[in-house]
Design a protein around this ligand. Structure first.
Ligand SMILES: [Ca+2]
Length: 231
């Protein structure tokens, strides 16, 4: 995969949000130049921290504001259990579940990219979901007009592949779908080009999330070529 690293296009990452997991309200006010959540009955922004970690993080992306809240323990992982999308200060979409743990930071809550379809740009948002002890999985949403819909999720992936690695205009996410342990066989040495290669997976992110076996085979072919150098 190192062969691909130089062409990986990293996408801009942003994050956003502000909310109080217990007392937060669906009440939005204009304070200075920014629209933020406040505690009910207060004009003070909820910028409080737990063990130094913001209870709420947010990111502005064009006409979208994304707010993550419900910070969970262990706090140092920066994991949030609720995602909210706003357009023009109006809440348009909420995603949360009991086990959701999105790793996010202020102004860096997700990756995003645009695809031109029928002369209209669609925007995709990719969130990194902590799935410890297994690798992360990635949850994808899409903005259609003024609404948000969930596209889907990848399986757990180590995520070394992240971007348009084959320059075809489509975003890929990939890596290994498990954490491989070193073993006694030659290919079980972490320094071997084929280490863990049985578990290589690459997904294309479009209106669906599907494996790109062509890219997988291309990577594996190059890995096998490197075996000669390895020896
Ligand atoms: Ca691509």
């Amino acid at each position: 995969m190192k062969h691909f690293s130089f062409i990986i296009l990293l996408l801009a990452i942003l994050s956003c949000n502000t909310s109080n997991e217990n007392t937060v309200v669906k009440e939005i006010v204009k304070i200075e130049t920014d629209t933020i959540y406040v505690n009910k009955g207060s004009t003070t922004p909820d910028t409080s921290l737990i063990e130094g970690v913001p209870k709420v993080v947010k990111q502005n992306l064009s006409d979208i504001k994304i707010v993550l809240s419900k910070l969970s323990d262990p706090y140092e992982f920066h994991l949030y259990g609720k995602i909210e999308f706003f357009i023009n200060q109006k809440l348009i979409y909420t995603y949360e579940n009991e086990y959701l743990e999105i790793q996010a930071y202020q102004d860096n809550v997700c990756s995003y990219f645009e695809i031109l379809e029928n002369e209209i740009f669609s925007t995709f948002y990719i969130f990194r979901s902590n799935n410890r002890p297994e690798p992360n999985n990635f949850i994808v949403f899409k903005k259609v007009g003024k609404s948000i819909e969930k596209v889907g999720e990848t399986e757990t992936l180590t995520g070394e592949i992240y971007g348009d690695i084959d320059l075809d205009g489509i975003f890929e996410i990939g890596g290994f779908n498990r954490h491989c342990e070193p073993g006694v066989k030659e290919t079980e040495n972490p320094n071997h080009p084929l280490f863990c290669s049985d578990f290589l997976r690459v997904y294309e992110i479009t209106n669906t999330i599907e494996r790109d076996t062509i890219v997988e085979q291309t990577i594996l072919k190059r890995k096998k070529q490197r075996v000669l150098t390895h020896r």
